[in-house]
Design a protein around this ligand. Sequence first.
Ligand code: NAD
Ligand code: MG
Length: 401
Amino acid sequence: MRQRIAVLGATGSIGDSTLAILAAAQAQFEVYALSGHQRLDKLFELCKLFRPSRVAVPSASVEAFAARLQAAALPTDVVGGDNGLNDIATDSNVDTVVAAIVGAAGLPSTLAAARTGKRILLANKEALVMAGQLMMDAVANSGATLLPIDSEHNAIFQCLPMDVQQARTHVHERKHGIRKLWLTASGGPFLDKSFAHMQQAGVAEAVKHPNWSMGQKISVDSATMMNKGLELIEACHLFDLPEDKISVVIHPQSILHSMVEYVDGSILAQMGTPDMKTPIAHALSYPERMSSGVQPLDLYQMSALTFTEPDLQKFACLRLARQAMQAGMHATITLNAANEIAVAAFLAEQIRLTDIADINEQALTYGSKHFSVPSQASLEDILAIDAQAREHTQHLIAQLV
Ligand code: NAD
Ligand code: MG
């Protein structure tokens, strides 16, 4: 029986990498459903290519998109908006949900998939940053399988003992002898540039990542190192560890994708060409292995691998993420929301790149006084804080421009 896959966020960068693998492995996988938000022409082409049973588009586009599919004699069922995404994420015909929507917009459908016991390939790190506890509880209660495809988390997953991978025991159980995790960071396009240079940087320079080709939001997050901050919070939830058990190290070559340090002094790492198709293929075929189409590393041609400590003054977002993780869920929701708004303002050329960290910090300060979440927070509680944090951040930006 073929594994039936729903790719939520099919028109993005992770969507591209996932569909490239699926196109080459149609004997094993059926592309059952797709979703897209912008670039609906691209989504239409994907529907022609993969002939999915279902597709989700924004509510306002349902009619026109359905007419287009019909004119092309495609039998695809079209659904709209958040309800449509949830409908697909919980569809009983779907085995695996690739959660590749960017930002908070991906949380409801990812959580719905977790509650329905799906196999989830998680790219949407913001879902864990906002609702880590809720997501992990949903996975445990429903018997869902959560496989990280963020390259760092996928690398750590691969370096963990099999019992931990299969969720039979915890990372922190003594017998595993795990001392800490190491998240590697490339340092982004401004690693070797001054803070003054960063202050003046335009959008084109900020989104030009040295090693990875990614969507705009995560590219800006990489330039500020907010991405590593979000990944730190993501790792705390995925691996059930406090933030002080997770260190970040700058490794500009992006060859070593993260590590697990054991008490005997061993550090296990996963290495490879920096290409998201490797972690995606790993998770698609887990616990087996499949070809990803990625060129293997040519070790004979490789130059030095270097490691340094991150500069938390220049990359304040990383410091803020640790602070937010310590402060609790209201703070991680606030940080994520403020950052999404600030990144959008930078991309719209309203604020400077370096304003993002300042805005995030001010939002966190405001949030610590005004926001709180109940101990058993619901999705609604989380979305309410997210909305308030966005509104406050818009005020902060309005004062700047
Ligand atoms: P992208 O911008 O290229 O694609 C985002 C996708 O989400 C698109 O399909 C878009 O249509 C959809 N989308 C956007 N807004 C939406 C909304 N409001 N409602 C529904 N759908 C919406 O982003 P990406 O680079 O593919 O990243 C996707 C996720 O994967 C992010 O959470 C990112 O952090 C994570 N991730 C990406 C990479 C990478 O290499 N690109 C690596 C690791 C993790
Ligand atoms: Mg990553």
